[in-house]
Design a protein around this ligand. Structure first.
Ligand code: C5P
Length: 237
């Protein structure tokens, strides 16, 4: 069943905490992105941990294997459900992330967070890949990097909902997909270009749907989140 992740992309910790309080009663996962992680990480981790909610640390790690392994070690905590890295960091780096998550979770006696890999950022287009020295299109590169992520033991990849069906075909249902770029039927597109609705993302088999501004900037975030959950499970609406 697809799950909703709410991106807490707000500048002040009080705003993030208020959102957690407002959405607490829903079974959603919260996402700590770079804004929160650079601004107020410890406060956020403590807040989420104290409320016993699951969260996704979206920091897209990309460094040498030892450094990434050490960073993952710091991030594995109760409640950390997903942590991500960049597939472009390579096979050894992704392996280090998975192994470090395993080892640290074992030490703490908690379940190991999923390690997800970002393949090609959805903000990059075909021309950008050429500039980076990557031949081939976005889909081709994303599939190749997803294969590497699977070989490294990652649970899945961050991708566009448009790529989910192909990835599930290639790597099987158990290889998980996490898709940003979701917009409810009524919402504007803001700066996300290739967007799909919650119902479409669920229909193609996305395992996790990331939604930020349509919830966090809504006049009533709880109402907005409920509407998205209803779109994800029409039978419950
Ligand atoms: O506000 P919005 O729903 O566009 O938020 C999307 C979230 O997903 C942001 O936190 C952004 O950092 C993240 N994201 C993305 N595209 C990716 C990877 C992550 O939009 N390819």
């Amino acid at each position: 069943m697809s799950q909703l992740i709410v991106a807490l992309d707000v500048p002040e910790p009080e705003q993030a905490e208020a959102l957690v309080d407002q959405l607490y009663e829903l079974d959603v996962i919260f996402k700590i992105g770079l804004e929160a992680h650079c601004g107020y990480p410890e406060r956020m981790f403590s807040y989420l941990q104290a409320r016993d909610v699951r969260y996704f640390v979206d920091v897209k790690l990309h460094d040498i294997p030892r450094t990434v392994g050490a960073a993952i070690r710091q991030l594995v905590r109760p409640g950390a459900h997903i942590i991500n890295v960049h597939a472009l960091g390579g096979l050894d780096m992704m392996r280090a992330a998975v192994e470090s998550a395993d080892a640290r979770a074992g030490e703490l006696g908690i379940s190991r967070p999923h390690i997800f890999a970002v393949t090609i950022l959805t903000s990059l287009a075909h021309e950008d890949l050429g500039e980076l020295g990557l031949s081939g299109g976005v889909g081709e590169n994303a599939t190749r990097l997803a294969a590497l992520a699977r070989d490294a033991g990652c649970s899945g990849v961050v991708c566009s909902a448009h790529e989910v069906a192909d990835l599930k075909n290639f790597f099987g249902e158990d290889f998980l997909t996490l898709t940003p770029g979701i917009r409810p039927r009524q919402a504007g597109h803001s700066d996300q270009k290739r967007v799909v609705t919650p119902a479409q993302a669920v229909a193609v088999g996305a395992d996790y749907l990331v939604v930020g501004r349509p919830i966090t900037q809504a006049p009533d975030p709880l109402h907005a989140a409920r509407a998205i959950l209803a779109e994800m499970s029409p039978a419950l609406a």
